[in-house]
Design a protein around this ligand. Structure first.
Ligand code: 13P
Length: 298
């Protein structure tokens, strides 16, 4: 297995969070890397399928080429985020094509998202990806439970979602899922939501989400693998820090830095890039991971 599997394991064991920064616009990548280098903190550069389909990341290959240009192995690795089996518009995706392309062009970890499928079908898709990726030394992330927010149309109110635990990852199902698929990292639904992506809602401020620490603790004790928290923008910091003590080793952050970039674009790309760099430095401070690269890679 390549070294990101080991780095993630170390983060999980030492309760150090690895942020994964999504880059829906290619020029966002350079300032993220600059901020990580400047603070000596370790983070992933990530792109999800919807970011080349609906934003300006262009393609799997374009992101890899930009990473080749600005990436820095002393503070980052390149991760393929959400490749859904069924996308947010309910269309079937040729997920193996995207996964194979990404691995071929050098992505060091991949995510297959079968969370819109039933348990058996989700496990079948994840097992297929795990077989392929592990043969190439690449670790795999999957998702069980529903981290809502990408879908168009009305969402239940956040308070209702959190109070009912609707879509939260089930502990017994997760145990079976991890054992049967051999997946390396699991994205769990424990109260976070994704920032909206529809053109009418993508600029809106996200709800301040919380994490159900009780369910997360049960999942962590049952699974023993690094867990991933999606929808990382706008989660109350006290909950975030508590979640890092209970199995969350990777935090996906998209909307926060995308909105910073887009809000500053009218002035110039350079101005927007500088705003992203500053915001990532702040996030590093909020997550308390300055110098984590020394700890995780050393
Ligand atoms: P946010 O856009 O809500 O930060 O979520 C990012 C994410 O989870 C990408 O996978």
């Amino acid at each position: 297995m390549n070294d990101i599997a080991r780095i993630m394991r170390k983060a999980y064991e030492k309760h150090i969070i690895i942020p994964a920064f999504n880059v829906p616009h290619l020029p966002m990548m350079e300032p993220v890397v600059l901020a990580l280098r400047e603070t000596r903190s370790f983070g992933l550069i990530a792109v999800a399928r919807l970011e080349w389909m609906k934003f300006a990341a262009q393609s799997v290959a374009a992101v890899a080429a930009e990473y080749e240009r600005v990436g820095d192995a002393s503070v980052t690795r390149l991760h393929l985020d959400h490749v859904p089996v069924i996308d947010e518009d309910h269309l079937l995706v040729d997920y193996m094509y995207d996964i194979k392309t990404a691995i071929k062009v050098g992505y060091q970890s991949v995510m297959i998202d079968g969370s819109r499928l039933d348990l058996q079908k989700n496990m079948a898709a994840v097992s297929e990806v795990v077989r392929y990726a592990h043969a190439k030394g690449v670790p795999v992330e999957a998702e069980l439970g529903a981290v809502l927010g990408h879908e168009d149309g009305p969402m239940p109110s956040y308070e209702e979602l959190f109070a009912t635990g609707k879509g939260f990852t089930d502990v017994q199902e997760a145990k079976e899922f991890v054992k049967r698929t051999g997946v390396d990292w699991l994205s769990v639904a424990v109260g976070s939501v994704h920032g909206a992506i529809s053109p009418s809602a993508r600029d809106k401020r996200k709800v301040t989400a919380r994490v159900h620490i009780g369910r997360l603790t049960e999942l962590d004790e049952a699974l023993g693998v690094p867990l991933v928290l999606h929808g990382g923008s706008g989660i109350a910091l006290s909950y975030l820090h508590e979640s890092f003590r209970h199995g969350i080793a990777k935090l996906n952050i998209g909307t926060d830095i995308r909105q910073v970039y887009e809000a500053n674009l009218s002035e110039s790309v350079e101005h927007a890039q500088e705003a992203v760099r500053k915001r990532v430095v702040e996030i590093v401070d909020e997550l308390r991971i300055a110098d984590s690269a020394t700890n995780l890679l050393g």
